[in-house]
Design a binder for this molecule. Structure first.
Ligand code: NAP
Ligand code: MG
Length: 504
């Protein structure tokens, strides 16, 4: 019978070559004093829409609450945009495209984009705290990953703005006009930067909608657009839930729509736009495999697998949510993984020691619980450390399922939480077959000492990104995107710019 939480620390299994691992003592050893980040996130009580360079009240007069998932407290009010507001945003974007941004030489546009990047760097700590409070991610990730990477995307694309002749050598490129963009809640500021920076560099104007649960850093970035003197209407931010996203995607003024979110919603959007001449890019879900061979650097691979699934509570489209481990080392590897996750600290996202913060929303927590219950019901063996969880807020223990088979829901469906499903393989071909046996194809990881095996695997894996002996590494120069139901189009690098221009 699988147990839901660990009762007492168990002795890890023996190593492959027979020697037992030393018994480790858990608990008190890892208690740290609280180390909360105290920088002021400078939140406003109420955030309006950002249209035509100004913050404007929603025409319907409605607002909804922004909740801190770490403690369920309201932290601000966010405007609910209706169809008339989305119209106004598109009208402002069209005017900016026709009168300023679309006509401006790339070297001039670059100055604004560089300015946005620098102003974001200046306010990095403040943005990191706001991101953590609104979304629940650990402050060390918001501070060391989300905010610096977002700034890096603006810097990188600012550098392209005066070199657009090199985007498609031998051809001339021109902006598309006004683009509509919708983004999810897992990397609110970073997804915003991924969407805005290439579109801006190319000379497009934008209407963008952040996710319902994470709108604050987008609206804080609007303050930076004002400080940077960005011409009115170049970027318009409409917040809301329900019909707002569909209104942004379906608007007749949009020459292109770019969506990042679930495959389910991506399909709805594609169906609704079939037959229109809008360009589209879709960055959708994933069910990536981390594949560990018996000659892998084991401790490095354990860290990589842990980082691959527990980073940002597993709220990562390219999360390594499946582990495929070579049979000869499977028991030893699993024992090491369990040892490692007992030391992860789950709790207050604002604490600098926290490894796993809050789940983004009550709905997402329920989805994780449902899929974990399905895994238990289908007969996989569950392991969860017995760490204490805060009593208020949405939290979930890091979870490992072993004895998983390909037919289990936890091996097929995107859980989008800190839950790892472990499967084994005997041969390289079996590893490739299992890794590719999914509707998704966003990313994969390969852990082995053999270069030839890395090359073979990266050719055979149907995934947009294949990391070798590392995981979750990002760079603005490197295009990111999916195969199959993980979507189409690329973000980052020269390829990402191609998705925001027409060839003339
Ligand atoms: P989601 O439910 O698909 O929502 C994404 C965005 O779409 C939100 O802003 C949402 O607004 C909006 N939306 C909902 N219904 C819509 C509709 N009918 N038309 C237009 N827009 C609509 O996804 P999520 O739960 O926020 O994010 C998690 C998903 O994103 C996962 O599947 C993950 O894999 C994927 N993701 C992919 C990538 C990638 O690069 N491939 C990156 C990050 C995340 P509301 O918030 O108001 O519902
Ligand atoms: Mg929130």
């Amino acid at each position: 019978m699988p147990t839901l939480t660990e009762k007492k620390p168990q002795r890890p299994a023996t190593r492959a070559h027979g020697r037992p691992l030393p018994e480790l003592i858990f608990g008190d050893l890892w208690e740290f004093d609280p180390a909360p980040e105290t920088a002021d996130p400078k939140l406003k009580a109420r955030y309006d829409l950002f249209i035509g360079g100004k913050f404007v009240a929603p025409s319907g007069g409605k607002y909804f609450d922004a909740i801190n998932p770490a403690n369920e407290q309201k932290i601000a009010e966010i405007a609910q945009a209706n169809a008339a507001d989305v119209d106004a945003a598109y009208a402002a974007a069209k005017k900016a495209f026709d009168t300023t941004w679309g006509k401006m030489p790339g070297r001039e546009r670059a100055k604004y984009i560089f300015r946005i990047a620098r102003l974001l760097q200046d306010r990095a700590r403040e943005f990191a705290v706001a991101e953590t409070m609104d979304g629940g991610k650990p402050i060390k990730e918001a501070r060391d990953f989300d905010v610096p990477m977002a700034a890096a995307h603006f810097f990188y694309h600012a550098g392209w703005a005066d070199k657009l002749d090199y985007v498609a050598p031998g051809r001339n490129v021109a902006p598309l006009g006004v683009v509509g963009q919708v983004i999810p809640w897992n990397f609110p500021l970073l997804m915003l930067a991924w969407k805005l920076a290439p579109a801006l560099a190319m000379g497009n104007c934008i209407v963008i909608k952040p996710a319902e649960t994470t709108s604050i850093t987008a609206l804080k970035l609007a303050e930076i657009f004002q400080d940077a003197g960005l011409p009115a209407g170049v970027i318009n931010i409409v917040t809301g839930f329900g019909d707002t996203g569909a209104a942004v995607m379906g608007h007749p003024t949009a020459a292109k729509v770019a969506f990042t979110g679930s495959t389910e919603v991506g399909k709805i959007i594609m169906r609704s736009l079939a037959g229109t001449d809008k360009k589209m890019t879709m960055e959708l879900g994933g069910k990536a495999a981390n594949i560990v061979f018996d000659d892998a650097p084991i401790d490095q691979a354990v860290e990589g697998v842990v980082n691959g699934i527990f980073f940002n509570q597993g709220h990562v489209c390219c999360a390594g949510s499946r582990l495929l481990v070579h049979e000869p080392i499977a028991a030893m590897f699993l024992a090491k993984l369990k040892t490692r996750i007992r030391t992860l600290r789950v709790g207050d996202p604002l604490d600098k020691n926290t490894d796993i913060g809050a789940i983004n929303s009550r709905e997402q927590l329920k989805r994780i619980e449902t899929l974990v219950a399905a895994g238990v019901k289908e007969g996989a063996e569950i392991f969860q450390p017995s760490c204490k969880l805060p009593t208020k807020g949405y939290y979930y223990r890091p979870t490992i399922f072993s004895g998983v088979s390909m037919s289990h829901r936890i091996a097929r469906e995107e859980i989008f939480g800190p839950v790892l499903s472990v499967l084994t393989f005997r041969t390289l071909d079996e590893a490739v077959e299992k890794a590719n046996n999914t509707a998704y194809g966003l990313s994969a990881g390969v852990w082995t000492d053999k270069g030839s095996r890395i090359l073979k695997m990266s050719t055979e894996l149907k995934a947009g990104v294949v990391w070798a002996n590392t995981y979750n590494k990002f760079d603005p120069t490197s295009p990111f995107g999916g195969y199959k139901e993980s979507g189409f189009g690329r973000e980052g690098g020269r390829q990402g710019l191609l998705d925001y221009c027409k060839l003339v």
